[in-house]
Design a protein around this ligand. Structure first.
Ligand SMILES: [Cu+2]
Length: 95
């Protein structure tokens, strides 16, 4: 019984690990209101490899939880540009 619990716990941890493979933060120029936030959220939510989107108007930052190697940092930059904003800095926070 104990072994089963440990095994399932380990499995859950592994699953979480692969679900949140990478956190990326993007500093964005040009965000001024909640519509800006909404359009960026919508853009990234459409991407299959993006698991979680968090846009902060206050910090002018997008925080993404993505798959390990996708989307590429260039694709992230392009998505921000396509939405009408300027990506100032794209960095991988954790992997
Ligand atoms: Cu706006």
């Amino acid at each position: 019984m104990k072994k089963l619990v440990l095994t399932s716990l380990l499995f859950t941890l592994l699953l979480l690990e692969s679900t949140f493979a990478r956190t990326v933060e993007v500093q964005v120029h040009g965000m001024t209101c909640s519509f800006c936030v909404y359009s960026l959220e919508r853009k990234f939510k459409k991407m299959d490899s993006v698991l979680k989107v968090d846009v902060s108007l206050e910090l002018k930052k997008i925080r993404l939880e993505t798959q390990e190697n996708s989307p590429s940092l260039d694709e992230i930059k392009k998505a921000v540009l396509d939405t009408g904003f300027t990506p100032i800095k794209v960095e991988v926070i954790s992997k």
